[in-house]
Design a protein around this ligand. Structure first.
Ligand code: BES
Ligand code: MN
Ligand code: ZN
Length: 500
């Protein structure tokens, strides 16, 4: 889809549809609405009087202009109550309108800067939300469907603004929205891809492509190098599969020093069968998405490389399958992690924390100032927070707060969970330094504490996205399947660190 910002009068704009807004409870039309209403001989105000058009959040009213305007159709999109409008709601409103129009075979649409000026929403924030809402809300994954879709595609979206002094802000917002949505879509594409098309080797190729496209340094460690580094935990998980594991490293340099300001580590189990501790077959197909953390980190690096914040970022993506092959890891086995800690395996299905242990070991060896890991780590987190909220765990309140704020800007909901020392008791092993499961109680917390053990004193945050990485029903601008969470949060975080 082509996106543009232009100055002009939307009532004179030629498109298959022009989109204007109505706040709930508006009685007297003004501005664009009044002009369009007059052109339509009171077509909008009549609907309001009759009670058909209310301006409720998410309401889309379609009126054919029948030659009275250059725009073939007028859509009045409800913004809901003025006091409740947020930037994130604009994303959802735009997504809904765009899908409705796509189903009607609309190819070109023009919109006003929806929500700008309401409730402190800036023109920049509005444009960003419109672009993210449209691109993310229209997303589909059809790579393996050979039949043509029933709907066409919207080819052009133009934001039309009559006050020239707002154009620069709108352009800035739309560029940021395009980069963030593009990265989110990259993550969604990787996650939606089945595991036979997204092996560790495929992930390494995706990362190399991002590096080449946007100018990042890339390094792919092979099994032999992992052996030299002593990544026994990652190699233990990889043993059950014929697919070679990959340890993917991306580096972004935003300032002139060797210091690493932040490391992003993403779990990339390209398929999690559970290994010898085999999962039940119901919904096992969802486990193609167990590389969502790694995909999010690769995609975030693509956006970071385009936005160019003044910080140095390292991305680490340990990638392997978790399968029950003949050489597979077994319960009661003991593994030695990169930094020397020994791990007793209780369940081979608690594999994510094992590969993260070695990623954090690598991060610490390269003395990173902070580390954030992202992982579809536990079913327990899904039980606690569902598909709505990502669980946030960490040893540094400042970094936790920064991430929660970055998430709220992105519209990606985050909630801090406790990691009190008392829970550590559950991870104690009689035969090794630590064991890889802490029992059923507080499963998301004991998993986080296991990972935190390998972060040591480095300020660290762990994001458990087991519930938020995929959804089975379209919800606002998140379409069925992969959500791309938390790509936009990670990018916002890195950008905010650069501002300090
Ligand atoms: N990848 C799963 C967690 C998961 C579950 C993600 C559901 C998305 C949806 C992880 O590797 C896993 O299997 N965790 C186990 C840990 C247990 C064995 C301690 C779990 O949560 O059941
Ligand atoms: Mn597992
Ligand atoms: Zn897993």
């Amino acid at each position: 889809m082509e996106i543009a910002v232009t100055d002009g009068d939307i009532s004179r704009f030629e498109a298959d549809a022009i989109v204007v807004n109505l706040l709930e409870g508006t009685e007297d039309l003004s501005g664009n609405l009044a002009i369009i209403d007059a052109a339509l001989d009171g077509g909008i105000s009549n609907l309001i009087t009759q009670g058909e058009l209310k301006g409720k959040f998410g309401e889309n009213t379609l009126i054919h202009s029948l030659g009275k305007l250059p725009g073939t159709r007028v859509v009045v999109a409800g913004l809901g109550k003025e006091s409740e409008l947020t930037q994130d709601k604009i994303r959802g409103i735009v997504a809904g309108t765009c899908r409705m129009l796509r189903d009607k075979n609309v190819k070109s649409l023009a919109t006003i800067a929806q929500g700008a000026g309401v409730n402190g929403i800036t023109y920049e924030a509005a444009a960003q939300a419109i672009v993210e809402g449209a691109l993310l809300g229209l997303y589909t994954f059809r790579r393996h469907i050979t039949k043509d879709p029933e709907h066409g595609e919207i080819e052009r979206l133009t934001i039309v603004e009559s006050d020239r002094s707002n154009i620069a802000a709108l352009e800035q917002g739309y560029r940021k929205g395009e980069v963030l949505a593009g990265a989110t879509i990259l993550a969604r594409d990787m996650v939606n891809e089945p595991s036979n098309y997204m092996t560790p080797t495929d992930m390494a190729r995706e990362a190399s492509k991002v590096a080449a496209d946007y100018g990042l340094a890339v390094e792919i460690l092979e099994k032999e190098q992992m052996e030299e580094l002593g990544m026994g935990a990652l190699l233990g998980v990889a043993r059950g599969s014929h697919q070679p594991p990959k340890f993917i490293i991306l580096r972004y340099k935003g300032r002139d020093t060797e210091e690493i300001d932040i490391t992003l580590a993403g779990k990339a189990i390209t398929f999690d069968s559970g290994g010898i501790s085999l999962k039940p077959s119901a919904n096992m197909d969802d486990m193609k998405g167990d590389m969502s953390g790694g995909a999010a980190v690769i995609a975030a690096m693509a956006a970071i490389a385009q936005l160019k914040p003044g910080v140095n970022v390292m991305a680490l993506i340990p990638a392997t399958e978790n399968l029950p092959g003949g050489s597979a890891l077994k319960p009661a086995d003991v593994l030695t992690s990169m930094e020397g800690k020994t791990i007793e395996i209780i369940s081979t299905d608690a594999e994510g924390r094992l590969i993260l242990a070695d990623a954090l070991g690598y991060a610490r060896k390269h003395s990173t100032k902070r580390v954030v890991d992202v992982a579809t780590l536990t079913g327990a987190c899904v039980v606690a927070l569902g598909t709505v909220t990502t669980g946030v765990f960490g040893n540094n309140q400042e970094l936790i707060d920064q991430i929660v704020t970055a998430g709220s800007e992105a519209g990606e909901k985050m909630w801090q969970m406790p990691i009190f020392d008392e829970y550590k008791e559950q991870n104690k092993s009689a035969v090794a330094d630590i064991k890889n499961t802490g029992g059923r109680d507080a499963g998301a917390i004991t998993a986080a504490l296991f990972v935190g053990e390998f972060a040591g004193d480095t300020p660290w945050v762990h994001l458990d996205i087991a519930g938020t990485n995929m959804i089975d029903k379209t919800r606002k601008y998140e379409t069925k399947g992969a959500t791309g969470v938390p790509v936009r949060t990670l990018v916002n975080l890195v950008v905010s660190l650069a501002g300090k």
